[in-house]
Design a protein around this ligand. Structure first.
Ligand code: DHB
Ligand code: FE
Length: 284
């Protein structure tokens, strides 16, 4: 980890960048106001909170600590980080429970749309001296019935060997380790990249204060982020992890599933590792 990157990658800088990115993105189908649904959901959320206060005899000092912490989460821009670590995994579980194709998992706060488009065999944009074990990630995109999906796109983004994401940490090229790969007519792709390091959620902001106050750790296992799509099919947002990697079994974001664990093998000739992983998309 370089000193410059550690010094400057502050929680509020990455938090505020994640907040801005979230505001600028339009997830499809923002719901129209539905009074009955809002009433039900918010009443139940408040009711659950009231129950906790009664059951644990929450004090005024604790109530004030909560209030001041909530105010600070907003000031740090850490709402996207907080929600994506501790809440999103259940939203994803419910959203994708009827899918027959590949498993999805959380998107997290660091996706940026419109990464550079690359051909079916490509190297993700990276620095000349990019650290980390070279990784060849290859596979095929198919329908549930096995038909290859010509021209599917595989958007991939991941942290570098120091655990930093481009556009959310200083001193990284804009699209470092981010790309939009277009599969060939058989749905095949071959992506050359480097293995990311485990990711530590920022410890110097509100989420970090919560983690140390509760005696938790701040780590996610090393992971590749992906969005795979093809015309007429449901896009899948997923992540892939590395067998035996640190924190695969105690991810702070609860986003690991057994189907999402890769087992790369050493490449036959040269440096690095390779792994094949196929994606199966549900019909829209
Ligand atoms: C967070 C970071 C990630 O890289 C991720 O995949 C999920 C959540 C976070 O800091 O909130
Ligand atoms: Fe991530």
């Amino acid at each position: 980890m370089t000193d410059t990157a550690t010094e400057q990658a502050t929680a509020s800088a990455s938090g505020n960048a994640a907040t801005e990115q979230f505001r600028s993105k339009q997830r499809a189908g923002a719901p129209a106001a539905d009074t009955e649904r809002v009433n039900t959901l918010v009443s139940e959320l408040l009711g659950a909170t009231h129950d906790i206060i009664r059951r644990h005899k929450v004090t005024y000092a604790e109530y004030d600590a909560l209030k001041s912490w909530l105010i600070q989460v907003g000031e740090d821009g850490e709402w996207p980080l907080f929600l994506d670590v501790w809440v999103e995994h259940v939203v994803e579980e419910v959203a994708n429970e009827d899918r027959e194709g590949s498993k999805g998992t959380i998107e997290g706060p660091y996706y940026v749309p419109d990464a550079p488009e690359l051909p079916a065999e490509a190297t993700l944009p990276m620095r000349e001296d990019e650290g980390g074990t070279p990784l060849l990630f290859q596979g095929q995109v198919r329908t549930v019935d096995g038909t290859p999906l010509a021209g599917a796109t595989i958007e991939m983004w991941h942290a570098d060997d120091d655990g930093f994401y481009s556009q959310y940490a200083p001193n990284l090229p804009e699209w470092n380790l981010r790309g939009t790969v277009v599969a060939d007519p058989q749905g095949n792709f071959k992506i050359h990249t480097v293995q990311p390091a485990p990711y530590q959620i920022p410890t110097d902001g509100s989420c970090g204060r919560l983690i140390s106050a509760a005696g938790w750790h701040a780590w996610r296992p090393a992971h590749l982020h992906l969005k795979v799509s093809a015309p007429g099919h449901h896009l899948i947002t997923t992540q892939l992890y590395f067998n035996g990697g640190e924190h695969v079994s105690d991810d702070i974001a609860s986003a690991v599933k057994p189907e999402l664990i890769l087992e790369p093998t050493p490449v036959a000739a040269g440096d690095g590792r390779e792994v094949t992983y196929d994606f199966v998309l549900d019909k829209a």
